[in-house]
Each structure stands twice: as structure tokens, then as C-alpha cells.
Design a protein around this ligand. Sequence first.
Ligand SMILES: C[S@@+](CC[C@H](N)C(=O)[O-])C[C@H]1O[C@@H](n2cnc3c(N)ncnc32)[C@H](O)[C@@H]1O
Length: 274
Amino acid sequence: MVTEKESYRKGYAILREAKIADSDFDSRILFETAFGHRPVPPFTDSESDSENEKRYLELCKRRAEGFPLQYIVGVWEFYSLPYYVDERVLIPRQDTEILVETAAKYIKRGNTVFDYCTGSGCVGITIAAAEKCKMTLFDISEGALEVAKKNAGLNKVKVDVKKLDVLRELPDKQADVIVCNPPYLNKDEMESLQKEVKAEPYEALYGGDDGLEFYRALAKLHFGALKIGGYLITEIGETQAEDVIKIFTENRFSFIEKAKDYSGNDRVLVFRNI
Ligand SMILES: C[S@@+](CC[C@H](N)C(=O)[O-])C[C@H]1O[C@@H](n2cnc3c(N)ncnc32)[C@H](O)[C@@H]1O
């Protein structure tokens, strides 16, 4: 008889062999995905279901090839809420919680709020779940918009979802607050991505040659999408604060504050339409 413990170890060995950084964590999550329960102590010595083991080992092989854990599992947590994720959207990052936290300070009850570059919808939906506001999620990708709609349903949050190319277009109304986590990697960073990150959508990551293309568009075009006195709150790459502040303050915005991520890097900037 093969026990569940033995099944678990086979999958763990596949990930170790492939030098997956968090083999233990990943194999536990994949075990749970396949078996429906965690291999937590006291570890069950009950007989392993052969179908479950087959599925578990297939998932481990997929992970060993460098495919992201989050896409394999299909649902990931962001700010304690569940989000469907697949290859059409960026996997929500913990650092992006800082964008949500910072935005919450500026949003008042009843405000009109836009979440640009919404992807899975994790930023806008998490805000809408906590704040009484009128939220619209925007993205250029039809696939991302489908995922965002599904996530609004999953979290029972009412939002509008619209297609928009933020580099070229404005929405048909104005917001009190715009939040945005745009693509911000530059050309060099795109060339040295980890295998896992390469599985994420290219257009969710690439911010032009210098990584600043979206900030230029936001600053030059999107004051038109904000009411006078409204706030634009954006995530940035950890070395971009100075450049992004310059871009915005040269274009009708005043700089209000910056917020740091869990590692102490500048991660979020707040601007006001003056
Ligand atoms: C860095 S991801 C952010 C996803 C999500 N907001 C998050 O924080 O996890 C950037 C998103 O911008 C979208 N995007 C790329 N180019 C765009 C454009 N020109 N206009 C609008 N959205 C765009 C991508 O489809 C992707 O979903």
C-alpha cells in the first residue's frame, strides 16, 4: 500500500530535484490541490488514492518546469480575499497591498474611483469590498477584464468593468481617485526575468524602454480623467520614485506622499490634480 506520506514525498522530490526555491511550501500546496486536504502533521498514514497521487505528481511536474504555483492552483489570496488567476493576468503581489492601503486613506464614501491596469482586479475589488465607493476597473486586455469580472463575482463586489487603453484614451467621466499599478519594468529588466515571471503576460510587465511610459501617459493625459483636487495613486518600481515624481510635477500634479513596501523600498506615490 502507498501511504499519503509516501505520495507527498514523491512530489516533494520532483520539486527538490528541479531546484524549486520553496519546494516544501509548493509541494504542500499542490498536495492540497490534488488531495483536498493539507499534508500537515500529524501526517496521515492512510492509503493514498491513486488518482489523487497521479494528479498531484502531474501538478508537481508542471511546477518543476517553472510554471508559477499560483497559476497551477488557480486561486490566490490578496489582502485575505480570494482571486482567480490564470495566464491572462499578473499574479497579485504582496507589495501591491501597499497601494490598496494608501488609496484607502484618500477615498471618501460615495467617491468615484477608477482602477487603471486592473489585471485580476485585485486592487479595485479589494478597495470596493472595504470602501463604499463607485468603482470602475479598466484594462486593455479582454482576457484580463474577463478574469476581473469573475473576481468581482467571486468576492460579491459590485463594480463596472471597461476596456481602456490608458496610453491613448480617457474614460467618459471623471474620478475623485485613480489607483493604478501599471507595467513598469524596463527593457533590461525584461531580459533578465525569472522563468516564473516569464509565464506572466508580457504586456502586464513591460513599461517601455525605460519603464516609465505609463507614468508619462498618466501624467500628461489623465489629469483629464480626474476631478480638480482628485488624487492619482500609483505603484512604482523600487528605483523609480525620483523620475516618476519629476514626470508628474512637470504636468499639473502636486506630489503628496510616498509609501514604502514591506522591504522598505519606495513603492507607492500619491499625486493631486491641482
Ligand atoms: C502590472 S499589471 C497590474 C495588474 C493588477 N492591477 C495588479 O496589481 O496585480 C498591469 C496591467 O496593465 C494592463 N495594461 C497593459 N497595457 C495597458 C494599456 N495600454 N492600457 C490599459 N491597461 C494596460 C495589463 O493588461 C495588465 O493587466
